[in-house]
Design a protein around this ligand. Structure first.
Ligand SMILES: NC(=O)C1=CN([C@@H]2O[C@H](COP(=O)(O)OP(=O)(O)OC[C@H]3O[C@@H](n4cnc5c(N)ncnc54)[C@H](OP(=O)(O)O)[C@@H]3O)[C@@H](O)[C@H]2O)[C@@H](O)CC1
Ligand SMILES: Nc1ncnc2c1ncn2[C@@H]1O[C@H](COP(=O)(O)OP(=O)(O)O)[C@@H](O)[C@H]1O
Ligand SMILES: [Mg+2]
Length: 284
């Protein structure tokens, strides 16, 4: 097991070559945000854009359009219940993040199925929130999932639903056994998040704390992971996931020195400055 430390930041965050454009930094599609949970997908999309992805499209309920464009006008929009627009957006994405605020109703299940049917293994699929809860109830999706080698970002109860392991039973041995069956990366979120990689290695977070316990904190993490993967295109993408998870809590730790609670939107507001500080010195 490897305990993550700040070195991972300057290993991953690199200076941008002059000869580049928005397409060089990745196209991300976010899918989620029903009428009840619009904030979740807006925070995820905002985190993606603030962490440096080149182009982001948000597939969400039409109810969220005005809020989305007010908060993050850099984002493009499609209505998530238009199947042909969703299929088109899937085909042009490098990274797809599905689940924040998606809900678990029939419409949500149909949307998730469309993504699983049309995504290809060359794209990176991140599955969070409601999408994990849906999959836990729909084992018929498993054959499609295995081909895609997704990144799951469950909290402990979502992992219980998906793996069948009660929270009290969740340890590295049992978690790894189930994660390896899924052929997926699992970012198991908790106090001191653990990351189970496909190659069997485990990364352990030792920073972050209870000042992060506010709704939307995981949606924001999923966005940072997507934003990092979109632009830092390493063959060993495990390190990019590690860096994103570390950065999310490192920003929270800094803010917590002055604030009693750290809001997801505080982290989003600080991420650009934080990343600038950690650009590898030899690359500045
Ligand atoms: N602003 C927005 O739009 C927001 C929208 N959101 C969206 O809502 C959707 C539902 O996601 P969800 O996480 O809120 O609900 P669910 O999956 O039922 O899990 C909660 C249950 O699990 C339990 N639990 C046990 N351990 C736990 C742990 N370590 N961490 C967390 N929970 C833990 C917990 O126990 P309890 O609190 O009762 O003790 C409770 O029984 C999803 O799409 C998400 O993206 C949210 O992001 C909020 C902001
Ligand atoms: N006590 C805590 N210590 C450290 N991190 C925490 C704590 N409570 C919550 N977090 C972090 O906040 C995030 C919560 O994720 P999640 O429950 O999915 O939030 P949401 O779905 O509301 O966005 C995770 O990154 C988790 O590690
Ligand atoms: Mg969540």
């Amino acid at each position: 097991m490897h305990v993550l430390n700040k070195n991972i930041l300057s290993q991953i965050i690199t200076a941008r070559p002059a000869e580049s454009h928005k397409g060089s930094y990745g196209r991300v599609l976010t899918v989620g945000g029903n009428t009840q949970f619009g904030g979740a997908i807006i925070m995820a999309t905002s985190a993606i854009i603030h962490s440096g992805a080149g182009l982001s499209t948000c597939a969400t309920s039409l109810d969220n359009l005005t809020a989305l464009h007010t908060i993050v006008p850099e984002a493009m929009f499609i209505p998530f219940d238009s199947e042909y627009k969703l299929i088109d957006a899937i085909s042009s994405a490098d990274i797809i993040l599905v689940g924040p605020g998606l809900g678990v109703d029939e419409n949500a299940i149909r949307i998730l199925q469309t993504i699983l049917q049309h995504a290809i293994p060359q794209q990176q699929l991140i599955i969070d929130g409601s999408a994990i809860t849906i999959i836990a109830d729909h084992h018929e999706f498993f054959p499609l999932l295995k081909k895609l080698h997704p990144i799951f970002t469950p909290h402990q109860m979502e992992w219980q639903r998906l793996s069948g392991l009660k929270i009290s039973e969740q340890d590295d041995i049992k978690n790894t056994l189930y994660q390896q069956q899924l052929q997926a990366t699992v970012v198991l979120k908790k106090n001191h998040t653990t990351i189970y990689h496909r190659d069997g290695s485990i990364s352990q977070l030792a920073i972050g704390g209870p000042y992060m316990a506010t709704g939307g904190m995981g949606d924001t993490l999923a966005g940072i992971i997507a934003g990092f993967l979109a632009q830092f295109k390493l063959k060993n993408y495990e390190y990019v996931v590690d860096a994103a998870v570390y950065a999310h809590s490192a920003i929270a730790d800094e803010i917590s020195k002055e604030k009693y609670v750290v809001l997801p939107t505080d982290i989003i507001a600080d991420i650009q400055v934080f990343m600038k500080r950690w650009v590898a010195p030899h690359n500045k």
